[in-house]
Design a binder for this molecule. Structure first.
Ligand SMILES: [Zn+2]
Length: 341
């Protein structure tokens, strides 16, 4: 089916009470791994590309790879989402390219580093909502600042220094009309999220529940939500890697989030770990090999296993039949109608 809006997916997920993983891509093998995992588990799919990914792969390669995916997997509803758009212009360029969903991260200034003001965030996000909704494209906003840095994006702040304020989140959604809202509850981008298994002090699930109570109709998004499982860390270190001990977001906490309004869960690090571990293994065990397929194929399989597992755990598996694709034109018409009401 054609690429669909993220709003449609998240609305269906809310009806069905499940979450949808959003997996980052930079190249063909990662797209293939996600698509195979989705077919295997009969899951709707959100594929997302960051600014870094768009620069690395070049926009048009990524976009055409996604069109190929839609053609090869006609049974799957697929969303192409921009992760962490840093400015109105970045979001606009993604919409012009054919992304069906964009994130305007106005929690940071356009440099992608400096925490912004609430007023700036509202104004930039409103602008993106206006131009995206006119084309039926979904918008995710962010309120509060996430920890860590990824692909050069992030304030590098402590994950608990800018936790989302529930009253401000409510105000933000009212003023901007975003479809989905990323919140900061103690998670960070990258592999080093928590020094030990997170507790209620370091991962503020209670805060998330409060936000959901204030915004029962807004789809919440958890960023930095790789679980960083020990076995993936072990493979890397067993084959010559040097990861320091670290903890991610436990799957059971994500599942608690899904019971409380979380509809999109961003996972990148776990896939990076799986890919790197698989490649290291081939290099260490068979140093005589030099055909890239000899290590990219197991890398792709390792990522597919992680993605399929998350699709089961988030509850999206088995849900492809929920969808009759709604065109972006129809979505645009619905937004225009809602604005009049
Ligand atoms: Zn993020």
């Amino acid at each position: 089916m054609p690429l669909v809006s993220m709003r449609q997916l998240l609305d269906e997920a809310a009806k069905g009470g499940y979450g949808v993983g959003a997996f980052n891509v930079n190249n063909m093998e990662q797209i293939q791994a996600i698509m195979e995992a989705a077919r295997e588990t009969k899951s709707p799919v959100i594929v997302q590309a960051s600014r870094g990914a768009r620069a690395y792969a070049q926009d048009r390669y990524l976009y055409h790879l996604m069109l190929a995916a839609a053609e090869l997997y006609p049974e799957l509803p697929i969303v192409l989402h921009l992760d962490h758009g840093n400015s109105v212009e970045t979001c606009k360029s993604a919409i012009d390219m054919g992304f069906t969903s964009v994130m305007m991260d106005g929690s940071l200034m356009p440099d992608g580093k400096t925490p912004s003001t609430f007023e700036y965030n509202v104004q930039a996000t409103r602008e993106v909502v206006a131009l995206a909704h006119a084309k039926g494209v979904t918008v995710e906003g962010e309120i509060g600042v996430l920890g860590g840095i990824e692909d050069g994006h992030g304030a590098g702040v402590d994950a608990l220094s800018h936790v989302t304020d529930p009253a401000q989140a409510e105000e933000f959604v009212k003023l901007t009309g975003v479809d989905a809202l990323a919140i900061a509850i103690g998670t960070s981008h990258g592999a080093y999220k928590f020094a030990k298994k997170p507790t209620g002090e370091t991962l503020k699930m209670q805060r998330l529940i409060e936000i959901h109570q204030r915004l029962p109709k807004t789809h919440l998004v958890m960023h930095g939500s790789s679980s960083v499982p020990q076995d993936l860390q072990d493979v890397i270190n067993q084959y010559g890697g040097e990861l320091k001990p670290t903890f991610g977001v436990p799957v059971e906490e994500i599942q608690l989030g899904i019971k409380n309004g979380v509809r999109k869960i961003n996972v990148d690090t776990d896939n990076r770990l799986a890919i790197t571990g698989a490649i290291r293994k081939v290099f260490m065990e068979t140093p005589e090999k030099f055909d890239p397929r000899d290590y990219l194929k197991p890398a792709r399989q390792a990522m597919q296993r992680v993605v399929a597992t998350r699709m089961q755990q988030f509850g999206q598996a088995g849900h492809i039949a929920d969808y009759a694709p709604i065109s972006l034109e129809e979505m645009a018409r619905r937004y225009a109608q809602a604005a009049k009401a």
